[in-house]
Design a protein. Structure first.
Length: 230
């Protein structure tokens, strides 16, 4: 059975994919990659590849998607399938980078938990923004990554390249999944990738924001199982 390697998003841990593991484990070994090494997206990808199986199905959410696309650039022969969840191929806009630098400054001033609690609701569907369980999961993951990890990952995201020119070169079976109300990487970013990748299938998850694996775990698990078994 083909191993599956999943890459968490910004200041997220393996808990991001905890709801999916029971659905995926019977289809092959599942590994959640660490994003705690590397100062750039390319550096994170290289560190993950160093410890990854020889060949694997690859999935990533948000920042994990940026890293997944970089892994495809560095070692395309090792990736047999690709899943891009709530992510984008575009680089940061100047406005996004400015916002990230402002958050970095606050975290460096000791406000990590306050920043996490501010941004967590914005990652959710409007109907879920008062869901304390979902908010606490995100805060808990962010605190586990820590202030230095927050700064390092945000800086890496600011410096990421434009992946759009290489999307047409992706030949492996690909699923692109996005929440219908994802405010951070809106559905049009996923539509753009799906149109450019010849092998892509687009899945839009209803009643879902950016944190799809946590907000709509059953729908995401079903899409990933279909991706693995198709």
């Amino acid at each position: 059975m083909t191993p599956t390697l999943l890459i968490p998003g910004l200041v997220c841990t393996a808990e991001l994919f905890a709801p999916q593991i029971p659905a995926l484990w019977s289809h092959g070994p599942v590994t959640i990659a660490s994003t705690l090494e590397g100062d750039t997206i390319a550096g994170m990808a290289a560190a993950i590849l160093r410890d990854a199986p020889p060949r694997f199905a690859l999935g990533g959410l948000s920042m994990g998607g940026y890293v997944a696309l970089e892994i495809l650039r560095q070692a395309p022969e090792r990736v047999v399938k690709l899943a891009l969840l709530d992510t984008a191929a575009r680089p940061d806009t100047p406005e996004q980078s400015t916002q990230r630098r402002a958050l970095i400054a606050r975290v460096e001033a000791g406000e990590l938990e306050a920043v996490l609690r501010q941004i967590a609701p914005n990652l959710l569907h409007p109907d879920h923004r008062m869901d304390q369980r979902l908010i606490e999961v995100q805060v808990r993951m962010g605190l586990a990554v820590g202030a230095a990890g927050f700064v390092r990952q945000q800086t890496a995201i600011i410096g990421r390249i434009d992946s759009r020119p290489r999307l047409a070169d992706i030949k492996v079976p690909t699923v692109i999944l996005v929440g219908d109300k994802d405010a951070l990487t809106p559905p049009d970013r996923s539509e753009e990738m799906a149109a450019a990748i010849p092998t892509a299938r687009l899945v839009v998850v209803p009643n879902c924001g950016h944190a799809s694996t946590l907000e709509q775990p059953e729908a995401v698990s079903a899409a990933l199982v279909e991706w693995l078994t198709a």
